[in-house]
Design a protein around this ligand. Structure first.
Ligand SMILES: Nc1ncnc2c1ncn2[C@@H]1O[C@H](COP(=O)(O)OP(=O)(O)O)[C@@H](O)[C@H]1O
Ligand SMILES: [Mg+2]
Length: 352
């Protein structure tokens, strides 16, 4: 059985990996600046000929390719060709599937480009900050209304993703952008794979320790399913409450401190939220809820406030948080209004 790879980027980079130059034109999209440099990509902000702003994600797996100053095409390193091409295929398929999903909390993929011997994903550019920075700024004391609103939107997004027979498999705060109005948007389906479980058997999934469920870490492909993303959602809730991800799945096997860590938060979080988080973080996949919708219903039915009120709370908290960019932050409005403003297609989504 293939062993999964951890998600950590190669630490030392003996080869030069230069991003594309500012002003460079990629099939009609002009690079404005580099937004992020991940283990597998460069993300740029770019504008098209009409001046619309997009995020351009360039498939660039560091450690497999290099690019010197003034070069444009990445050069694949010796012996890495197979891995590079396989990764490119996954990247391309990820883009193709994502392009079919229209959901206000899932990144909108507008186009896929082949250029410079690699592939580019053209996405809506999401203003905001990533959830990891937000959690960091709050030092783990994220309020319960915020976490409930967040979970509801992420569950709604996961339901849409799973309905396309896609699993995220690397859901974590760093892969969620929090818009200024408090709406979360899931990105980075880089570890996503088509065709649940059985088609995974020949692949080597990648994961982030702490957020990855035991079945992914152990390479038990037949046990991977929508519930694996629900584990990651539990880990996000845990991180919001404690300021750090849960212990790695391997450590939990030896000595599981999750129940006692959650118990210690009894003065700040309701029993129902702590229990839900613990259930989502069940080590046994069968002990977890099996579908995003089941959890969504449970959370929704527990609530006494309306979803839009919760989102408004979340938005206020977000805007008031220390260090959060306040420029252009819209006044909180009802979720329906904001959603429609951001994504006209969202109006066609089945309401969860
Ligand atoms: N569509 C987007 N709009 C704005 N920022 C984005 C977008 N996509 C990615 N980013 C930024 O780039 C970072 C890395 O993107 P991600 O897709 O997670 O790539 P990686 O595979 O390198 O982790 C994100 O954390 C986010 O800050
Ligand atoms: Mg990422």
């Amino acid at each position: 059985m293939n062993q999964p790879l951890t998600m950590s980027a190669p630490s030392a980079e003996p080869f030069q990996c230069t991003p594309l130059p500012i002003g460079w034109l990629v099939e009609g999209y002009r690079i404005r600046h580099l937004v992020a440099r991940g283990g597998f990509s460069f993300v740029y902000q770019a504008v098209n000929r009409s001046g619309e702003v997009f995020a351009l994600k360039e498939y660039f797996p560091h450690g497999f390719v290099k690019r010197e100053d003034r070069e444009i095409e990445p050069t694949v390193l010796p012996d890495k060709e197979q891995a590079f091409w396989y990764g490119m295929k996954c990247f391309f398929e990820e883009g193709r599937t994502l392009a079919q999903i229209r959901h206000p909390n899932v990144i909108r993929v507008c186009d896929l480009l082949r250029a410079h011997e690699t592939v580019y994903l053209v996405m809506a550019f999401e203003e905001g900050r990533n959830l990891q920075h937000y959690f960091h700024a709050k030092r783990g004391r994220v309020s319960e209304p915020f976490l409930r609103a967040l979970a509801l939107r992420l569950l709604s997004a996961l339901r849409a993703v799973h309905a396309h027979r896609l699993l995220h498999l690397d859901l974590k705060p760093a892969n969620v952008i929090l818009r200024h109005d408090g709406q979360p948007v899931i990105l980075d389906f880089g570890a996503a794979r088509h065709g649940i479980a059985h088609e995974l058997a020949w692949q080597r999934p990648m994961y982030t320790p702490g957020y990855a469920p035991p079945e992914l870490v152990a390479g038990q492909h037949e046990a991977i399913g929508p519930w694996s993303d629900l584990y990651a959602l539990g880990a996000i809730l845990f991180a919001g409450m404690t300021g750090k991800p849960p212990p790695k799945a391997e450590e939990r096997q030896e000595c599981d401190t999750v129940p006692e860590q959650l118990q210690a938060l009894a003065d700040r979080y309701s029993e129902s939220l702590r229990t839900l988080t613990e259930t989502l973080l069940a080590r046994d996949p069968l002990a977890r809820p099996q579908s995003a919708y089941a959890v969504y219903k449970r959370l929704r039915d527990e609530g006494t406030v309306t979803l839009s009120a919760r989102i408004s709370d979340a938005a206020k908290e977000h805007i008031a948080a220390p260090g959060v960019d306040q420029a252009d932050a819209p006044a909180p409005t009802s979720m329906t209004e904001r959603t429609a403003a951001h994504s006209p297609a969202a109006a066609h989504q089945p309401a969860l």
